[in-house]
Design a protein around this ligand. Structure first.
Ligand code: SF4
Ligand code: SF4
Length: 349
């Protein structure tokens, strides 16, 4: 593919966007492995760029440090001197696509180059989570959960994912494919990489034995001209697909996806919610949260020294929460939210 120098230049700020959307611990093979992230960071730093690593989990943590500790990134980042960035704390830019508006983290929008590092894993709507879906994490906070719930079906959800992907467009996608649950313990994982995440997803789809044209995200992105969605037009270097196919944990990926679909698109969705509130006793009226709120949901009503939240305007980005210096904003989540999105018993929120 021409080496990393083809994608990054000296002095550029490069954001590595792994898949840490769920706070599974490192080694679970459901989040990008911190050592894989570190290895990529080393190569990009060697090309002269400044590397930062960031992602936004579905659920909020009592501190950013807790999220990085749970996912195993904290010790690796310390060892490698990698800067970890919070998508929530940075605030967001509003991006309009047709009549739809998305609030994308400033960290993502202001990076010179975005390198996406997804991990192949089950997905309840599309069978697998690939390169297109990984950019969903560019939306800070529980905005993701809100949009997920609002989408009536997989096709509508695919529209949202492709919208966000189109706004971010990583320069390079390197997918970690773990050998988890493979019946042969000697089989190792591998990586697939492409400058075209749509092409990468179509190759993964084919390798998994699915029809790329039936995967809504791949088809919509391809139709929108965001990449190549049909495998016949993709030039594949490295090992032939047939050799790789036998190294994929096929039944595991597809079987789990079916189970997850039943749970997440089922009757529990109305009970999946998060919301924030301002603690008037703690608030000192500094206004930091108001200045970070992208939708004007947080505002000082006339004569009040403590802001209130207009629920109908709130997109759950948690910018106010992460920027309040005295922790006067609290976030509440339902039991089902914790159950579906929070894998760590250590999350006290
Ligand atoms: S009140 Fe504003 S800053 Fe807070 S979560 Fe809602 S939209 Fe984001
Ligand atoms: S940032 Fe915190 S202390 Fe400042 S106005 Fe907002 S809630 Fe109050």
């Amino acid at each position: 593919m021409g080496g990393l120098e083809k994608f990054v230049s000296p002095g550029q700020k490069v954001l590595l966007k792994p898949d840490l959307m769920f706070d599974y611990p490192a080694g679970s093979t459901l989040t990008t492995d911190p050592e894989f992230i570190a290895a990529t960071a080393r190569l990009i730093a060697a090309a002269g760029a400044h590397v930062v690593v960031g992602d936004s989990p579905f659920v909020i943590h009592s501190s950013d440090g807790q999220f990085w500790r749970i996912t195993g990134m904290a010790p690796v980042a310390k060892r490698e001197a990698i800067e970890l960035v919070s998508f929530e704390m940075a605030g967001s830019h509003a991006v309009a696509i047709d009549t739809r508006v998305y609030y994308i983290s400033r960290v993502v929008m202001e990076a010179d180059v975005v390198v996406s590092l997804p991990i192949l894993k089950p997905d309840s709507d599309f069978g697998f989570a690939g390169g297109i879906r990984n950019m969903f994490g560019a939306l800070p906070g529980f905005q993701k959960g809100r949009l997920y719930k609002k989408a009536a079906n997989s096709r509508e959800l695919a529209r949202v994912l492709v919208d966000v992907f189109s706004a971010v467009r990583p320069a390079l996608t390197i997918m970690q494919i773990p050998a988890n649950d493979h019946p042969d313990p000697t089989v190792t994982g591998f990586v697939m990489a492409s400058a075209d995440a749509v092409a990468l997803d179509s190759v993964i789809t084919e390798t998994l034995g699915m029809n790329p044209e039936k995967i809504h995200t791949t088809r919509l992105a391809s139709d929108a001209g965001l990449g190549i969605g049909w495998i016949e037009a993709v030039r594949i270097e490295g090992e032939p697909l047939d050799a790789l196919r036998s190294r994929l944990p096929l039944t595991s990926v597809r079987g789990r996806a079916a189970v997850l679909r039943g749970i997440t698109r089922g009757m529990v969705e109305p009970y999946v919610w998060m919301k924030s509130r301002v603690d008037e006793e703690l608030c000192d009226g500094c206004g930091a949260c108001v200045s970070f709120c992208p939708t004007n949901a947080l505002r000082f009503e006339r004569g009040s020294s403590c802001p209130t939240i207009k629920a109908d305007l709130c997109i759950h980005c948690w910018a106010g929460y992460t920027n309040c210096p005295v922790e006067a904003i609290h976030i509440e989540q339902s039991k089902w939210t914790r159950r579906l999105f929070c894998q760590s018993a250590a999350n006290p929120v």
